[in-house]
Write a protein that binds this ligand. Structure first.
Ligand SMILES: *Cc1c(COP(=O)(O)O)cnc(C)c1O
Length: 409
């Protein structure tokens, strides 16, 4: 058992102690946090739908019609018409046979991996995958092998060159990757992953939590962005995960795939079976958000204009950005102390961007994770750039050896 007091002290001393900010009022680009309004560049509400009037109205109407609690898990009496309508709409939007809703993305990843893999199987995962994919791997008891970020050559080597025919009894292979990497904003090499999966008889699962709603002309995500359409997308990536708490501004998640996959998951995914269904009203709110995300292309266009403006401005300032076409634009600080000081400097100037530290990201890659929303204005991006232009320099190595400041957040 962990010694709580000494563990907490160690976290403080390492600059890794975290504190929650207290928000009042709605999520948005100018949230009221700890009693003060700030210009925020750190939420995943990329399309500005979390407090959209039509989404709020759908939630309110849904609660009036269907109550609040779902009362039970989906397999008892919790499965409601509202859930089914959202599943059908998501399946139609993505061009998949069927979709299954989960209460969160974390639970979707746990449930899907646990259901698809077991002892004797191998799970091949990008080293920068989201934590929930890693946890799913552990729950499944499959052998987890992690390949260096986006390194498809290494993946190929790991899988070996021998072709496995379907049904071979040596255990199956599941390749798992984020579609858009949540802390870096870059895309997975999905075409190469699909080719490798096809050549080796492995199954490819993509978690597109940060792609759905944002990438592709229709907002269908990383696959659309990379040129895969309905049937091709299904063949290349038979298991697709999306979440509703990011671009769609609500809460929940889903897996999209063949009817057979969904039927199997309903029987076997423990994080689906053994938990209370999402409130039906939330499914109605998500359906309203999906309609907006699918039809209001202007939101996506605005978002991509803001991203382009930021990247051009950052280049002029000589800031080094990752190769990211998404609203996630990390600014690398390296050490934890620099990341915290930068975040504090921005906050002193009324701008909120959280510092992301290990273990969320690898050692030595602490960063500011800047994210954009369609609700930002051009002037907001300019204000961010003006402030970044005055960012304090990194300290010398020697100065860094001072104990990390007790900047508690
Ligand atoms: C946020 C995120 C999740 C978890 O989704 P929640 O609905 O917030 O639980 C899963 N995968 C990735 C890649 C994410 O970024």
């Amino acid at each position: 058992m962990i010694d709580l007091a000494s563990e907490l002290t160690a976290l403080r001393q390492a600059g890794l102690y975290r504190q929650r900010r207290l928000l009042s009022g709605p999520q948005g680009v100018r949230p009221r946090i700890d009693g003060r309004e700030r210009l925020a560049f750190c939420s995943n509400d990329y399309l500005g739908l979390a407090a959209h009037p039509a989404v709020i109205e759908a939630l309110r109407d849904g609660a009036v019609r269907d109550g609040v609690g779902s009362g039970a898990s989906h397999l008892i009496t919790g499965h409601h018409q509202a859930h089914a309508a959202l599943e059908d709409a998501l399946a139609a939007f993505l061009g998949r046979e069927r979709v299954l809703l989960f209460s969160t993305g974390y639970m979707a990843n746990l449930g899907v991996i646990q259901a698809l893999c077991g002892r004797g199987d191998q799970l091949l995962a990008d080293r920068l995958n989201h934590a929930s994919l890693l946890d799913g791997a552990q729950l499944s008891q499959a052998r987890l092998r992690r390949y260096p970020h986006a390194d498809t050559d290494r993946l190929k080597t790991m899988l070996g060159s021998t072709h496995r025919s379907a049904g071979q009894s040596a255990g199956g292979h599941l390749i798992v990757s984020d579609g858009v990497f949540s802390m870096d904003g870059d895309l997975a090499p999905i075409p190469a992953l699909a080719t490798i999966a096809n050549a080796t008889g492995a199954t490819l699962m993509i978690d597109d939590a940060h792609g759905i709603g944002i990438l592709g002309a229709q907002g269908r995500g990383s696959l659309e962005h990379l040129g895969f359409d309905g049937a091709d997308a299904q063949t290349a990536v038979p298991v697709l995960i999306g979440t509703l708490g990011k671009a769609l501004g609500t809460v929940g998640a889903f897996v999209a795939g063949s009817a057979e996959l969904i039927e199997y998951l309903i029987q076997r995914a423990r994080s689906y079976l053994y938990t209370t269904a999402l409130p039906p009203a939330l499914a109605r709110a998500s359906l309203a958000a999906l309609r907006i995300a699918a039809h209001e292309h202007e939101r996506r266009d605005q978002l991509h204009r803001l991203i382009a403006r930021f990247r051009a401005g950052a280049e002029t300032l000589g800031l080094t950005l990752a190769d990211s076409p998404t609203p996630i634009q990390p600014l690398m600080a390296g050490d934890i102390d620099t990341a915290l000081r930068w975040s504090q400097f921005l906050e002193d100037n009324g701008i909120l961007v959280t510092a992301i530290r290990p273990p969320t990201v690898p050692q030595g890659t602490a960063r500011l994770r800047i994210t954009f929303s369609a609700a930002h204005q051009t002037g907001d991006v300019d204000r961010l750039l003006e402030t970044l232009a005055r960012l304090p320099k990194r300290r010398s190595k020697k100065q860094q050896q001072q104990p990390a400041a007790l900047l508690d957040h």
